[in-house]
Design a protein around this ligand. Sequence first.
Ligand code: LCV
Length: 259
Amino acid sequence: MPLVETKIENFVGAICLDYFEKRNALCGTLVAEIIDALDGFIGRRVRAVVLRARPGVKIWSAGHDVDELPEGRRDPLGWYDPLRRLVRAIENHPAPVIAMIEGGVWGGGCEAALACDIIVAAPNATFALTPAKLGVPYNVSGMLTFLNAAPLRLIKEMAFTAKPISAERALSAGLINHMIPLEDLESFTYAIASDIVGNAPLSIAVMKEELRILAGAHPMSPQGWERVQGLRRVVYDSADYVEGVKAFKEKRRPVYRGE
Ligand code: LCV
């Protein structure tokens, strides 16, 4: 049973997340299907992509599939992790990817949405960064996705509280491009896609890549990199990390001891 539905119309490729039983959690299979769809769009000369969930969902994506997180002693967000591969696939796709969002967006799902080039959300959309809730040491390129998406102070509040913010607040902070009534969400999103399709795809692709390179151009010394990786290892080797994942699976509140 596929976990995404795709279609192509008038040079616009649509990828609809369809993994209801896990609230579109970004498991390896779902991510592989999204990446396959994006790769297929390149050959079909798609000029704009809409990444969406089923109309009427309460949850756009529940984020990383927690059942696929390591139980400790291994980087939970390493280079080949599905979420990392998905973010890179979105950022490297030559056509603009428009996230069309209704409902809650959690954790890694929030990063995947923020990795998209344009975000159009309904008023019922919410956005939550959840590593602190789970005890996960988020990775550097993921934090850069957030830093490129919103003011530092808002990212800190979202990361440290792990509380969702409303679409309205996301709009006022520039985290999303448009907040559109649910009944107009699809037509508005496709109107943007159609504007993009009418422009020069090669020019757009090179500007997207220039912006990706520039947005990622943050010098980090080898010592700085090693320090961060060492600090992250302390976290994913900690009892708190094990407790966070265990509590999620046991559907209870975690009790963190800072060790
Ligand atoms: C696996 C899930 C998930 C899920 N994984 O439905 O950013 S980081 O570092 O934190 C990163 C590691 C990350 O992204 O972690 C995941 C962060 N996500 C969250 O914290 C959201 C966790 N999910 C929820 O809070 C609720 O499920 C929401 C509010 C999304 C939906 O609530 P709702 O009542 O509609 P359920 O909670 O009943 O979920 C339906 C099924 O999906 C599973 C969940 O365990 C349940 O499974 P069972 O039917 O077997 O009980 N599920 C939901 N999210 N991220 N599994």
